[in-house]
Design a protein around this ligand. Structure first.
Ligand code: GLN
Length: 479
């Protein structure tokens, strides 16, 4: 097997046995990047020199990650390495500090191969909103890789790294993972520190792994999880050994199938693959139950009020004074307005305007407050469902990857892509997407498993058992 096709755990085993050296692995990854990156454009910045310095630096260290080459979404701060959020306004921003997640990966001896492309400030579902360029889906390069962590998902699927980190505010880890045929995990809100993650919507944002296998996701999740005094929303709860519980039996697990997720708009091929996965889990001993999450239909609307409101507040800090780009202006006010007019792209501006409107006096009660009330109802739907079931199973996305350009001029169509992923963020729950099939034209299909708060272990172990009984995760795109 080509080294670039290895998963993280497979590579660690080969390194442990002395069959592959970390340098050979890193060389193979950069060779692969040289061969395919022109077609995929997953990276905003390839950090080759830095990677070889990390290799030399950590050569004697023996962390759990053993020099495994990983990619990091470019909204996660890396000290002395540009972090742009794929926005012109941060094009020349070099963080003076390291995010907690990358600090933890460093302590385990990972190697950063590059920073990956995203929809500007993580606002989007296709990576077409990047202020720089669009990333392509490795399975069909005329199609989107999904978003906003499209660069991370595409780089893993294309073998340009062994795993990656993304961020998920309304589906941005799971949706691109589904479109690119890889595993993506959004942890429980509070499980992973957001220190050093550039804020989009702070009550929804979480960092999580994108990998080729479930076991790799469990490993990375364990490393990046845990309380962090630098993030007051990180939870002081114990981090279980996600890897150790993967092989526990799943025969007593009750799996809920919410009827609201199998309605019009769901592509037939996606529906068929997900239903086959349900049948397989049944033969494996899981108890399948029909359930209802009655407020599902209000999730997209309330998300786009809350996320844009939080974004309008978070993005007020980009004023040309403290960070990145500064435009010229005859006075302070003109400098502010020109900086923001030139620095932000159209989708970011749309969201700042929407959010500012929703929060303004006279409208706040009708929009923001109402959306918060709906959020509570959505969370209660899940609380009620989890009285009867242990995990919930749905499709990750209504369709397979769409064509580049197909939805970019219609924001509502783009927003509807997240219909199956958004409720999870509103409720703060953990969820994972893993491959469960391919369409006739060879595009990956994703299955979503949702768990109780802080019960990532249950969804990981069901995902692991499903993966062990199928071959979807072994397919690789031909590039
Ligand atoms: N697609 C959603 C949005 O545009 C989710 C983005 C995300 O999870 N970062 O807001």
């Amino acid at each position: 097997m080509e080294l670039f096709n290895l998963g993280i755990i497979e590579a660690i085993e080969l390194i442990d046995r002395g069959e592959v050296s970390p340098r050979e692995l890193l060389d193979a990854i950069f060779q692969r990047i040289d061969n395919v990156e022109d077609k995929i454009k997953a990276f905003v910045n390839i950090t080759r020199d830095n990677a070889y310095e990390m290799l030399a630096d950590t050569e004697n260290k023996r962390g759990a990650l053993k020099f495994i080459p990983l990619a990091i979404k470019d909204n996660i701060c890396t000290r002395d390495i540009p972090t742009t959020c794929s926005s012109k306004i941060l094009q020349n921003f070099i963080p003076p500090y390291e995010s907690t997640v990358t600090e933890r990966l460093r302590n385990e001896g990972y190697i950063l191969v590059g920073k990956t492309n995203l929809d500007e400030f993580a606002m989007g579902s296709s990576t077409e909103n990047s202020g720089f360029f669009t990333t392509r889906n490795p399975w069909a390069t005329d199609r989107v890789p999904g978003g906003s962590s499209g660069g991370s998902a595409a780089s893993v699927a294309a073998g340009e790294c062994l795993g990656a980190l993304g961020s998920d505010t309304g589906g941005s880890i799971r949706q691109p993972a589904a479109f690119c045929g890889v595993v993506g995990m959004k942890p429980t809100y509070g499980r992973v520190s957001r220190y050093g993650l550039v804020a989009f919507a702070s009550s929804l944002d979480q960092i999580g792994p994108i990998t080729k296998t479930v076991a790799d996701a469990a490993l990375l999740l364990k490393i990046i999880s845990g309380h962090d005094p630098c993030d007051s929303t990180s939870a002081p709860v114990e981090v279980p050994d996600f890897t150790a519980s993967l092989s526990e039996k799943i025969s007593d697990i009750r799996v809920g199938i919410p009827r609201e997720y199998f309605t019009e708009g769901l592509h037939t091929e996606v529906e068929e693959s997900v239903k086959e996965a349900i049948s397989l889990l049944k033969t494996m001993g899981c108890q399948i139950r029909d359930i209802s999450l009655p407020h599902t239909g209000y999730a997209v609307a309330s998300y786009y009020i809350l996320a844009t409101s939080e974004a309008s507040s978070n993005l007020a800090r980009y004023d040309g004074v403290k960070y990145g780009f500064r435009a010229k202006g005859k006075d302070l006010l003109e400098m502010y307005t020109e900086t923001r007019a030139m620095g932000f792209g159209p989708e970011v501006k749309r969201r700042i305007m929407l959010g500012t409107y929703a929060l303004s006096a006279g409208y706040y009660e009708a929009f923001y407050k109402k959306a918060q009330q709906v959020r509570t109802l959505i969370k209660e739907d899940f609380d009620n469902a989890f009285e009867e079931v242990d995990i919930i199973l749905t499709p990750t996305t209504p369709t397979t990857a769409f064509k580049i350009g197909e939805k970019i001029s219609d924001p509502l169509q783009m927003y509807l892509n997240d219909i199956f992923t958004i409720s999870v963020n509103l409720a703060g729950l953990p969820a994972l997407s893993l491959p469960c099939g391919f369409s006739k034209d060879g595009l990956p299909i994703g299955l979503q498993l949702i768990g109780r708060a802080f019960d990532e272990s249950s969804i990981l172990k069901v995902a692991y058992h499903y993966e062990q009984s199928t071959d979807w995760h072994k397919r690789r795109p031909s590039l």
